[in-house]
Write a protein that binds this ligand. Structure first.
Ligand code: GTP
Ligand code: MG
Length: 456
């Protein structure tokens, strides 16, 4: 029999309220060991889904906290097992002593994702919705949360289920025709089968095509800051992130590594990258830093090229603009507007406009003019309204399933024997079962759940 597990499931401690979860066949007995409800009823006699007030105690019987406990009876719980949730004060010692007491009474500390893994093993969720749970927890923007919630709600599972169902119906029909030749069953038409296979492949291809967009929605659109040393890239980065993440100094060549932060712009996530300034490098570290800058630029969807309003454009500024100009979207930012004259600003902006599709004049230090750049950034990410998938595992399986179906379709169209195309259709079905987890190996499930946080 599997162990009863316990873990802290709340946010960073200390917090106003901390949540400890317990799940397993012994959950009620273990809860009784650490918590006495004021009403006097033991857990087994209390109503499920209702909060009970009472005393939480430490291993030595000392009062730890006055708190609330809610019970869930199997199978009507998150994991499908008996469960308890203890809502105590979010104090480090209270939480750790309560967990210690639970373990002394026989619980084991849960591994990362173990509650959700149990939910999956007990048929409460599939792998696609489990992966969406992790996406929702880690969502960096409202749009990413929306896509994850749609997956969690079963939208992707439903689409895959519908394709599987149509394939199963087709296969069942074929076998029925073969097995019961005397019965009054509609004949199996190859042409219709080919059409059905093609339609199923198309639905999977559409889901797969949304993978890249799904990734961008979840991880943020990559946007790189480029420019000569000292132009103010790191200052601008910090201003956009709203935190002193990158070091800023008066020395040219401060930033060496690529520094990343995900920011939410107009509801979408942007993965902003600060980079080493572009110039003839002085020394090995700077040369390596510039190598990283070029690579970051090449992997970005958009670029912001930072110029210094107080300095005339140099070859390095033009090189940065060229590199930025290779991206799908890009802009020149004329920074340090607080240090330049109106005339300087107007002339630089005029020259920048000849090169770039968008030009912004601002001061990263004072924040003046920053809003227009933030508005531009907010418009960059796609706002897809179709179903999105974000897992590379799902994407690979869907692509392979679609390929099998296309093979089956062309065999059916070419009038080949049924076994030829039905085995491809069966393979597609099996791949879809792997995607939802009906047929996934224990290793894959373990890998997926290990990416969760403890307590989920
Ligand atoms: N007056 C003024 N100074 C700024 C502004 N932005 C940045 N600076 C200053 O310019 C200097 C260089 O800024 P950084 O942000 O480190 O420049 P960088 O482009 O990241 O430089 P490297 O990392 O060396 O490539 C610092 O002294 C900043 O305080 C601005 O808008 N106005
Ligand atoms: Mg810098």
């Amino acid at each position: 029999m599997s162990h009863t597990i316990a873990a802290y499931s709340g946010g960073t401690l200390p917090a106003a309220i901390g949540i400890i979860r317990v799940s397993g066949a012994d959950a009620f007995r273990l809860t009784d060991a650490v918590f006495a409800a004021k009403c006097g009823l033991p857990a087994a006699e209390r109503s499920a889904g209702r909060m009970y007030y009472g005393e939480l105690t430490a291993k030595d019987g000392r009062l730890l906290d006055l708190c609330l406990v809610c019970l869930y009876r199997a199978p009507a719980s998150y994991t499908g097992e008996d469960m308890a949730e203890i809502f105590c004060h979010g104090s480090r010692p209270v939480v750790s002593e309560a967990l210690e007491h639970l373990c002394a009474a026989g619980a084991r500390l849960a591994e990362a994702g173990e509650f959700t893994r149990r939910a999956f093993l007990n048929g409460k969720t599939d792998l696609i919705r489990s992966e969406a749970t992790a996406d929702l927890i880690y969502a960096a923007s409202p749009l990413a949360a929306k896509a994850a919630a749609a997956q969690l709600g079963g939208a992707v599972s439903g689409e895959i289920g519908a394709v599987s169902e149509s394939l199963r119906a087709m296969l069942a029909h074929f076998y029925a025709v073969c097995d019961y030749t005397d019965e009054d069953i509609d004949p199996f038409e190859y042409e219709r089968a080919a059409e059905r296979l093609g339609a199923a492949a198309e639905r999977l291809e559409r889901l797969h095509a949304a993978f890249e967009r799904g990734r961008v929605v979840r991880d943020g659109l990559p946007v790189v800051l480029l420019g000569r040393p000292n132009g103010g890239k790191s200052t601008l980065f910090n201003a956009l992130v709203g935190q002193e993440r990158a070091i800023v100094t008066e020395e040219a060549g401060t930033t060496r590594d690529v520094i990343e932060a995900v920011i939410s712009c107009g509801g979408a996530a942007i993965r902003l990258m600060d980079t080493a300034g572009l110039r003839e490098p002085e020394g090995q570290a700077e040369a390596m830093g510039i190598g990283l800058t070029v690579r970051a630029a090449e992997s970005s969807a958009a670029a912001i090229c930072v110029w210094d309003a107080a300095e005339p454009e140099s070859d390095d500024d033009l090189r940065a603009a060229r590199l930025a100009g290779e991206r799908e979207s890009w802009a020149i930012v004329i920074n340090k507007s607080d240090r330049a004259t109106e005339r300087q600003l107007a002339e630089t902006a005029q020259r920048a406009r000849r090169l770039a599709p968008a030009v912004f004049t601002l001061s990263a230090r004072t924040g003046q003019g920053l809003e227009a750049l933030a508005d531009w950034l907010a418009e960059l990410p796609p706002r897809p309204d179709e179903l999105l998938i974000t897992s590379a595992r799902q994407a690979a399986l869907l692509r392979q399933a679609a390929e099998s179906l296309r093979l089956a379709q062309s065999s059916a169209e070419a009038g080949m024997t049924a076994d030829a195309f039905l085995s491809d259709a069966e393979r597609a079905l099996s791949l879809l079962r792997q995607a939802t987890g009906e047929e996934a190996s224990a290793d894959i499930a373990a890998e997926i759940f290990s990416r969760f946080c403890v307590g989920k």
